[in-house]
Each structure stands twice: as C-alpha cells, then as structure tokens.
Design a binder for this molecule. Structure first.
Ligand SMILES: *Cc1c(COP(=O)(O)O)cnc(C)c1O
Length: 406
C-alpha cells in the first residue's frame, strides 16, 4: 500500500476552518442576523480603473492571431519585471529585472522558497506569525516533533509581545533562515529603519538568510519605516524579498506577486563553497511553474503607472480610514490596540483575563462580528484578536458602532 508523507499528518488544523465552523453554527442559530466579518484578510475594494482597462485591453489583444499569448516566460514577462525594477528605483534601491521572479502571489513563493535550503536547515519565525512559514516547513520535514503546546521542536520561535513592542529579539543561537513579515500580519506593527538594519546586521554576522515578506509595504505611512529590506545597506547579501499585488491592488482573486533574489545572495554548497540562489530559484520555477497569466501581468503593470498608483493610494486610504476608526473605537471602550497605522490590521487586546477564543465568541454572540483569535497565529497571540480593516466603509462603520455597545 502506498504510504502518505508523514509530515502532513503533523499539520495543525487550518485556523480559518475552525472559525468558519463556529460562524456557521451561529448563523444557524440566528438566521436573521447580519454578521460582519473583520476576520480573514481579504480585500473588498473593486479593481481600480487602470487595472480594469489593462485587463480588457489584454483580453482583446489575445483575440487576434498576432496578439495571442500562450505559455509565457516562467519568471515573468520583461515588461512587468522592468516595471517592478522601476518601482524599486523610486525607493532608491537597485534591483535588476533578472533578480525579480513574477509569480501567482506571495503565498506560493513564501511556501515554496524553503525548497532551496537543506532539509536540516534551522528556521526561525516570529510568534505570532503568518502560519504558511511554519506549515511549509512542517510539510518538508524540517519542523521536528509537534509539542503538546502546539509548537514544533526544531523551529525557533521569536516572541513578539506587548513588552517588546512586537519587535522580536534576535534568536539565542544562529539559525539558517529567519522569516520576517513587516508590516506584520497579524500584529499590524512595523519595523523602523534602525530595527530592520539590526536584523540585516544580525544576518550578516551569523551568515543567516532573512526571508522578508513585504506583502503590506504599500500600507506604510511612517517615513521611518522602510518599504523594502534592500533599503538597508548589506541586505542584498542576506535577504530574499516577497511582494504581492493582493492587498495593494486588490489582486487576491486575480493572483500576482514577485520574489526578489539578488545575485549576491548565496548559501553554502556541500563543500562549503557559496552557491548563488538566484539561478536555483530560476531552475525551480522553470521546472514547477508555467508563469502568471499574460493578462494578469498586464494588469499588474498598469498598477505601477502614475494613474494606477494614484488610484491605489485612494483605495488604500479607505482601508487606513477603517483602521483608524477601529483604533479609536477600541480606545473608547478601554481596550489596548496596536498596529493599524502602517497596516490594515489592528491587534486588539482582549479584556483582562479573557482568552482570544472567549473574546472571539463574545464578539460573535453579542455583536455578530467575526474577528480572528490571535492565539491561532501562535501562543504569543493569546490575549489578542486580529481585526481587519479590509471591509467596506459601510460595514466598518456598522462594526464600530456595534463594538462601542459591548
Ligand atoms: C496576504 C498575505 C500574503 C499575500 O499572499 P498572496 O498569495 O500574494 O495573495 C503574503 N504574506 C502575508 C503575510 C499575507 O498576509
């Protein structure tokens, strides 16, 4: 009999499935209530006009023999790789187009990138964290044993707490890899230039690699928060960066993102000699991936145009306004709240002595609101819930007025 990959049996149940079950039960019991979700991190703003017209144009192009596009380059069309390189240039950062790998989104890339590293590589993740970083390493057999408290024996966890301002301390021993996501999902907090520079310096000293998830860079409003890790000197030698059009340009359903692997970035080969990772990722993508659709890449390109960027800024300001409303309401009802300024997420402290899940149930029962229990992102998320500002303005205002009545 064929045998299953035993690593898959170690996976914890998917957080959002557990939430969906509780919501379904509530809906059954109260079929007439309007439930508002501040839970899963999906956007609601429709495509911006620049994206819509690029999509239409690309479809029409493909209706002719001359304009038809079949398989494209696995790593992206030059026009989009170039547009992304120019986006970096606007930050004063040099990234060449052949260091940019276009994909169907950041989730695939942050999940797949671990394939480039040794099966016994030691990884560090923040606690709480975006769970893909952990689960993809569990699947690869890199996590060790599941411990009773939900952690894994071979993974190094970096607590992000109220006490350290949700800025992780460096691991006590060097790890091969560290996943950093800033602005952060779920805490909504960001790293200043100085804090991120500390991490780059740590990686250089310890010969580690930082896997930097910048999915929320477009939400940054503080001048002192870098949009790219490559704004930090030396980062090209130690960091891979992931970007996504999902939260920025509303591509959660359209699917596009990219991964940047600078040519200087290396990891040790079997004889200890440095092996560049850029060609390895190229080889991986050409083998397992046939590229993001032409039509979608044209839409992504349009989001970088001057009008595209203007329209995105307008769309994001709506989410920023939602987040500001949630922050203000939280303070009004006497709950501590973090994030929400450089991020679409507010990390809301539960009332004293109330667990994440108990507060989740309270909000569902009393306000018909769905949030995400912080403990679902890691043990240090206990005592918090994540509130998303991705709702429509109308739902956001309604949710805020319900929150204030609690
Ligand atoms: C939403 C999100 C992404 C983006 O995923 P896509 O696959 O591009 O939609 C990546 N990382 C984090 C932390 C996210 O929250």
């Amino acid at each position: 009999m064929s045998r299953v990959n035993p690593n898959y049996l170690q996976l914890k149940s998917y957080l959002f499935t557990g939430i969906a079950q509780k919501v379904a039960a509530h809906r059954n019991a109260h079929p007439d209530q309007k439930i508002i979700s501040l839970g899963i991190g999906d956007v609601t703003h429709p495509f911006i006009p620049a994206v819509v017209s690029a999509l239409h144009k690309a479809v029409d192009e493909n209706a002719s023999l001359a304009g038809f596009h079949g398989y494209g380059p696995s790593c992206g069309y030059p026009f989009l790789r170039e547009a992304i390189a120019q986006e970096y240039a606007r930050l004063g950062v040099t990234v060449s187009s052949d260091e940019i790998f276009v994909s169907d989104g950041a989730k695939s890339d942050v999940g797949n990138i671990q394939e480039l590293f040794s099966p016994d590589a030691v990884i560090a993740v923040t606690n709480p964290t975006y769970t893909v970083y952990i689960d993809s390493n569990v699947m690869a057999g890199r996590a060790g044993e599941a411990l009773p408290d939900g952690r894994f024996s071979s993974i190094v966890y970096l607590p992000c707490t109220r006490e350290n301002g949700f800025v992780p301390d460096f691991p006590e021993r060097a790890t091969d890899l560290v996943y950093l996501c800033y602005p952060n999902n779920p805490t909504g907090t960001a790293l200043t230039r100085e804090q991120l520079a500390g991490w780059v310096d740590w990686a250089i000293r310890n010969r580690s690699i930082i896997l930097f998830d910048a999915a929320y860079e477009a939400f940054i409003t503080d001048k002192d928060v870098p949009h790219s890790i490559y704004e930090i000197e030396g980062a090209r030698e130690v960091a891979i960066e992931f970007r996504s059009y999902s939260k920025t340009a509303g591509f959660t359903g359209l699917r596009c993102g990219c991964t940047v692997i600078p040519k200087e970035l290396t990891a040790a080969g079997p004889d200890g000699a440095p092996v560049p990772l850029n060609p390895l990722w190229n080889r991986r993508q050409c083998t397992k991936y046939n590229g993001c659709p032409y039509i979608v890449q044209r839409a992504a390109e349009a989001s970088h145009s001057p009008e595209g960027r203007r329209q995105i800024a307008e769309a994001l300001s709506l989410y920023h306004g939602n987040a500001a409303g949630i922050l203000a309401a939280a303070r009004e009802i006497g709950l501590d709240a973090f994030g929400g300024i450089n991020s679409p997420y507010v990390w809301l402290s539960t009332p004293p002595k109330m667990s994440s899940w108990a507060f989740f149930e309270l909000l569902l029962e009393k306000c018909a609101l769905i949030c995400t229990p912080g403990v679902g992102f890691g043990s240090c998320g206990e005592g918090f819930v994540r509130i998303s500002a991705f709702g429509t303005r109308e739902n956001n205002l309604e949710a805020i007025s319900r929150l204030k009545q609690i």
